[in-house]
Unconditional design. Structure first.
Length: 56
C-alpha cells in the first residue's frame, strides 16, 4: 500500500511568502504594565450573593 513517492523538488518552501508589514497585526500593540484597583461600596456578602445569582 503506497501513498506515492516523496520528491523534495515538488515541495514548496514556505519561506517565500510576501506580505506587507504595515498591514500585519502587532501582538504587542496593546501590552500594558501596571496594576488595576477596584473599589466597591458592596461588602463581601453582597458580592458573594451576586455571584451566586449569576451562577444560578
Amino acid at each position: 500500500m503506497g501513498f506515492g513517492s516523496y520528491d523534495e523538488s515538488e515541495q514548496d518552501s514556505g519561506n517565500e511568502t510576501e506580505y506587507d508589514e504595515d498591514d500585519a497585526v502587532s501582538v504587542h500593540e496593546n501590552d500594558h504594565d501596571g496594576s488595576i484597583d477596584f473599589q466597591s461600596d458592596a461588602d463581601e456578602d453582597e458580592l458573594l450573593d451576586k455571584l451566586q445569582q449569576m451562577k444560578d
